[in-house]
Design a protein around this ligand. Structure first.
Ligand code: PLP
Length: 394
């Protein structure tokens, strides 16, 4: 009997090149050197602690693989998602840039934390549009470093998520439209009021800030590599929205392990599979439709261009996962020993790995068998506590 029911779709990436060393042109976007610098900085933030890496032994035995490593980001900096690492890191970078421009001085992270340039920093206002986790990170970073913050949310963002950002001192503006409308409003208001937009997705002409966001994410990979104590997974299943997270994981493991790197599998919701559709078309394409999915953090219709640069040659497979697998996988983790809190977007990678192993045809396509060692990231905890309770107790 299978662990839960799920529909999977699969596209082998015809542009992938396993033998190719990490390309020099990607070093500009992501590199181990940039990641080390981010680690040195983020590990000095107050409250920094490595998050746990759990071996899911009983699930591994049940599905017949050598092991599963689950990097649990549910408590990262008490913000409840890996996103805590990215937005706040990019905020710090922007503040340092502005300090350099205006004073000629190079500020350190201690200078920012000690508020050494406070009279300048407090006049800077950072802004973004968000449907939750990224905005929480930006708001928290602004509070930590002492600048202003205005966050735009759309009509469907839950009140709980809105309040979480307000609790970090951000002004939160709810607009009567969808996510794209909130992005447009944030951009045009930033232009009028001279605010800096810190977004987690890149597009032509807007690359540097989302690159910093993605480099911040790699702190969890440095921790995970150390926690795996020399083991190299054979398969990595990573969930994607715009692809920023997947690209950072792909680049990090590619440069670190070269041709010994794991098979890299990107997982998206069925209705929001912009990476899979882009891979099928050989270029970035936007997904039409309402992008409806329980996995709110993955509900994205357009790929981040920087992420695409990395995933086009670096990802081996693009999969989609159906909605019916989400709640059962959350419950599976909640009843694990130790219990793991995993939100809706957290479980996509693990659910796809389990469902793939239990589907003989898919397992054969992905080379999943009893010798496989799987790495996944539980990217969030109960970021919407009401919905979490509903789904784990349903
Ligand atoms: C919990 C969670 N997991 C995964 C992702 C996907 O990240 P990306 O949009 O960089 O692909 C997000 C994005 O917001 C998220 O909030």
């Amino acid at each position: 009997m299978t662990t839960f029911s799920a529909n999977l779709s699969h596209l082998a990436n015809s542009a992938a090149n396993k033998a190719m060393p990490y390309p020099g042109k990607l070093v500009e976007i992501a590199s181990l050197e940039k990641s080390r610098a981010a680690f040195d900085e983020i590990s000095q933030w107050p409250g920094y602690q490595a998050t746990p890496l759990y071996p899911l032994d009983s699930i591994a035995r049940r599905i017949g693989v050598r092991g599963i490593f689950y990097k649990d980001e549910s408590q990262r900096f008490h913000l409840k998602s890996f996103k805590a690492l990215g937005g706040a890191f990019a905020v710090a970078r922007q503040l340092k840039n502005r300090i350099l421009q205006e004073t000629g001085e190079t500020a350190s992270i201690d200078d920012l934390l000690d508020k050494r340039f406070q009279s300048l920093v407090e006049k800077i206002v950072i802004s973004c549009a968000t449907d939750g986790n990224h905005g929480r990170s930006v708001a928290w970073g602004c509070q930590l470093f002492g600048c202003g913050c205005v966050i735009y949310i759309h009509r469907d963002v839950s009140v709980g998520r809105e309040q979480a950002m307000e609790a970090f001192g951000a002004e939160v503006i709810r607009i009567d439209g969808n996510y794209d409308a909130s992005v447009k409003q944030a951009d045009s208001d930033a232009e009028i009021h001279g605010r800096i937009i810190v977004s987690d997705t890149s597009y032509a002409g807007y690359m540097d800030i989302p690159r910093d966001v993605a480099i911040g994410y790699t702190v969890m990979l440095a921790e995970a590599v150390e926690q795996m104590q020399g083991a190299i997974p054979t398969h990595v299943f990573i969930q994607a929205g715009v692809g920023g997270l997947a690209a950072s994981v792909c680049a990090y493991f590619w440069e670190l392990w070269g041709d010994r790197r794991p098979r890299f599998i990107v997982v998206e919701p069925e209705q929001a599979n912009c990476l899979q559709q882009s891979a099928a078309s050989g270029k970035p394409v936007a997904v039409k439709g309402d992008l409806e999915t329980l996995m709110a953090g993955l509900s994205c219709g357009e790929v981040s261009l920087l992420a695409w640069e990395i995933l086009e040659p670096g990802a081996d497979d693009f999969m989609t996962l159906s909605e019916d697998a989400v709640a059962p996988c959350m419950r599976l983790l909640a009843s694990n020993d130790p219990a793991i809190e995993a939100g809706e977007s957290a479980v996509a990678g693990l659910a796809a790995a389990i469902a793939s192993r239990e589907d003989p045809e898919m397992a054969a396509k992905l080379g999943l068998d009893e010798s496989s060692l799987i790495f996944v990231i539980g990217t969030e905890g109960a970021t919407d506590p009401e919905l979490y309770q509903q789904l784990v107790t349903s």
